[in-house]
Design a protein around this ligand. Structure first.
Ligand code: N01
Length: 541
């Protein structure tokens, strides 16, 4: 491998590394590689940086990890200078931050926007990749890094008659860049995951009528969003090194927070109620850290689920609507828990109705209505908050060909197989950032992104120093890792839910719990040990 130190890499159309995607992973990967003297080119299908925050512009979109923690830690100056305005940053502010990072670190000159990577083919003679981009141009790369995101392949479900609908159809994960005005319109919202739950209250404020079509009722905790004060910002800034260390090494999900010290059944009912109450009042994801066994023990989990179901009954005035909104199909937290602002209260509005499509699935979409159980619910616009082909979808849609021309789809027909979520045997010199088999979507994504980027950068540096050209996951090491990922998942309640973690939202997708649930600290130590032992489990030549 030869870092491009002489002639500009672009002239030769050959790079040490091609990075796919300019979200938070792609941007930081580029920054690290450039600093190490590697030539790198990023291809980004969007017109700007930001990845998920570039596409998900739906009303109410904001991050459910607090802004002071959902941010890069690699630059002390950056984390000291950026002023987050709210406890949970809205999409527009995160996108502004991404643009600030791109400018501050002069990233744009190595990013080509509005460009999809269509194909990446491994050449077994040269041990490199030929990468074909939209427009048909092919560039060569020794390494390819997929920074394609885990929730970037928005999926409109195949509902009968959808093509006949006369009004606009939006997807939350691919929202127009211009503001959408629902004033005076009857809006149908399909999907009640995080995106649907965030957008419903905002759409309801604007629309003439909002009809929410609910297949699975979801658990949601109030965000209690608020403006951040200088004191609150300083509390983080003055302690960032310890907060970041804790998030990386101690917290299971990469979020600095008080860790639970006991199980739910160790407390009396009154004490439990008080503890849940305090966390409900505080708001946010840490509701699930009330006890240390909520993800492990169904009886413990039921106590938290009952608490939230009780809250829904308290908030929603109409008893039958409240009952329908109460989740009963999965343990709390086993589908990604939602964080909302006034979601349940929205159903008290006279212009909002809820339609159960679990008991009676949507029969058909007509020119102006959604038909359920023979009744037409007339709508002028449809919002699909129907989620993503998560974790594997964005890898599968690139025409990747590894050894023997094999595609990831062929190899992953029974579920994704990777070693550490970083590489998959048969696809040498191809890294995935926050891939399946790593903590990824179960964590604060930026913590996991930084860990993977640093690991990959260190690895490439090691290879350069050692004069190594090729790296590939060993099939045996990969099999052991996949077995471990499964074993850890099956020690928890998570596989009980029909979640996108399990691939359950995509008809025909294999049911495998995709992320690694062992915790970011444990995982980081495993990755560091692997590197410390000369990249054990990888074959390097
Ligand atoms: O997608 P989802 P999302 N007919 O897959 C329903 C992150 N995120 O975009 O549960 C009818 O969770 C589906 O029903 P069911 C976060 O990690 C974060 O909301 O499959 N309904 C479900 O209700 C999150 O988990 C933030 O039965 C259909 C909904 O559509 C992830 O992204 C904000 C259907 C899809 O929910 C994905 O969230 C937003 C069909 N054919 C997203 N197909 C924050 O940071 C699907 N559904 C706050």
């Amino acid at each position: 491998m030869s870092p491009a130190q002489s002639s500009p890499a672009e002239a030769s159309e050959a790079y040490d590394v091609v990075i796919v995607g300019a979200g938070f992973a792609g941007m930081y990967m580029l920054h690290r590689l450039r600093r190490l003297g590697f030539s790198a080119r990023v291809y980004e299908q969007g017109g700007g940086v930001g990845g998920t925050w570039y596409w998900n512009r739906y009303p109410g979109a904001r991050c459910d990890v607090e802004s002071m923690q959902y941010s890069y830690s690699f630059s002390e100056e950056l984390q000291q200078e950026w002023d987050w305005t709210e406890r949970y940053a809205p999409q527009a502010e995160i996108l502004k931050y991404a643009n600030h990072v791109a400018d501050r670190f002069d990233l744009r000159r190595d990013i080509q926007f509005d460009t999809r990577v269509e194909r990446a083919v491994f050449d077994e003679q040269t041990n490199g990749w030929s990468v074909t981009i939209s427009g048909g141009k092919t560039v060569e790369a020794k390494f390819v890094v997929l920074a394609t995101g885990c929730l970037s392949n928005a999926r409109k479900p195949d509902i009968k008659g959808l093509e006949n609908f006369k009004g606009p159809v939006y997807h939350t994960g691919n929202w127009p860049h211009e503001p959408v005005d629902f004033t005076g319109l009857r809006v149908g919202l399909i999907g009640t995951g995080s995106s649907g739950i965030q957008s419903a209250p905002i759409i309801a404020e604007q629309a003439k009528h909002l009809t929410v079509f609910q297949r699975t009722a979801n658990f949601s905790i109030p965000a209690r969003n608020a403006t951040l004060t200088d004191e609150e910002r300083d509390a983080f800034r003055n302690n960032y090194s310890e907060i970041r260390r804790f998030a990386r090494e101690v917290a299971r999900n990469g979020i600095y927070a008080e860790q639970p010290d006991r199980g739910a059944l160790d407390d009396s009912e009154d004490d439990r109620h008080a503890r849940y109450g305090a966390r409900w009042d505080r708001g946010g994801l840490t509701f699930m850290y009330a006890y240390n066994n909520l993800g492990l023990d169904l009886a413990a989990n039921d106590t938290a689920a009952d608490y939230v179901r009780g809250k829904i009954t308290e908030i929603v005035k109409d008893a039958s609507t409240a009952k329908l909104l109460q989740p009963n199909s999965h343990p709390i937290g086993t589908k990604r828990i939602c964080i909302d602002t006034d979601y349940f209260a929205t159903f008290n509005r006279p212009n909002v109705s809820l339609v159960d499509i679990k008991t009676n699935p949507i029969e058909e979409i007509t020119a102006n209505a959604v038909r359920v159980a023979g009744a037409d619910h007339e709508v002028d616009a449809l919002v699909m908050a129907t989620g993503f082909d998560a974790m594997t979808g964005s890898v599968a849609r690139i025409g990747i060909r590894g050894r023997g021309g094999r595609t990831p789809n062929q190899k992953w027909a029974e579920g994704p197989k990777t070693y550490l979520g970083l590489m998959s045997a048969g696809f040498p010199n191809l890294f995935i950032i926050t891939g399946p088999g790593s903590p990824s979507v179960l964590s604060n994504m930026i913590v996991s992104i930084e860990q993977h980027v640093d690991w990959i950068a260190d690895c490439l540096l090691h290879m350069r120093k050692q004069g190594l050209a090729t790296m590939e996951a060993d099939g045996g090491a990969e099999d052991k890792w996949v077995a471990h990922v499964n074993e850890v998942a099956h020690g928890t309640l998570y596989p009980q839910a029909n979640s996108w973690y399990m691939g359950a939202n995509i008809p025909g997708k294999p049911r495998i719990f995709m992320p690694y649930i062992g915790g970011v600290g444990v995982y980081r130590r495993i990755c560091d040990e692997v590197a410390g032992k000369g990249y054990e489990g990888f074959v390097m030549t």
